[in-house]
Structures are given as C-alpha cells and as structure tokens.
Design a protein around this ligand. Structure first.
Ligand code: ZN
Length: 132
C-alpha cells in the first residue's frame, strides 16, 4: 500500500543522484559538527542542504537536475582523484618514496632504501639526485 503510493508519488520525479548523496552526507556531517560545537549557523546550513537534497530528489525538472549533477561531477572528479592519489601514495609510502620532478612537476615513485640515486624523469627526461 505505502510502497504503491511511494511508487506513484515518485513517477516523473528526478530521484537520487551523486549530488543528492553528497548533499545528504554533507548535511549529516554538518549536523554532527553542529551538535558538537553548538554553533547554530552550522545546523542551519545542514538543514538547508537537506532541503535542497530533498527538493532535487522530488523535482520534476529532470533536465535541469541532470545538468546540476553533471556540473557537480565535473568539480568532484578532480577532488576524488586527488584523494585517491594521496591514499595510494600513503599505502606504499613504506616501500616507496615520492619525488616531484623539478622539470615538469610530474610525481615519480622510487623504491625506498637505495641510498643516493640518480632519478631520470620518464616524462621529460630530466635527471636529478635524491636520497631514498
Ligand atoms: Zn619531468
């Protein structure tokens, strides 16, 4: 009964997407921060994000919501990749060192514990010495 009602209610509505989940989780995190710090403004922002999230969820302007999500993903992708890079670097930081090439800023991975070694950048061919 309730499921049927919900299904009818959601017909033609946009539904959840990545931006919805991002707004939802940010709102929850802000609500937790607000309850710890007791700052009213943070809980107001948290409620606003929840309202926006549900507004988008129930919106019938699917074209516009999809465009918003696309814009969000374009911003989110580099952030996600940055965190993924940091994480994978952290994971092998025991066995490898990371250096930035002075020529092209490319990040190079070198095995640890080899002493002073000559590194050649595979991207631009620049050579430099580092202790590992
Ligand atoms: Zn280089």
């Amino acid at each position: 009964m309730i499921r049927n009602w919900l299904r009818n209610f959601m017909v033609g509505r946009y539904g959840p997407d990545q931006l919805y989940f991002a707004l939802f989780f940010t709102a929850i995190i802000l609500a937790i921060i607000a309850s710890i710090t007791g700052l009213g403004i943070i809980s107001v922002i948290s409620y606003l994000l929840l309202i926006i999230a549900f507004y988008r969820l129930l919106s019938k302007n699917i074209y516009k919501r999809r465009a918003e999500n696309d814009r969000f993903l374009r911003f989110w992708w580099p952030v996600k990749m940055w965190f993924r890079n940091r994480f994978s670097r952290l994971k092998c930081s025991k066995t490898h060192c990371f250096f930035r090439c002075p020529g092209c800023r490319n990040v190079l991975r070198v095995p640890r514990g080899k002493g002073k070694i000559q590194i050649t950048c595979p991207k631009c061919g620049q050579r430099f010495e580092k202790k590992t």
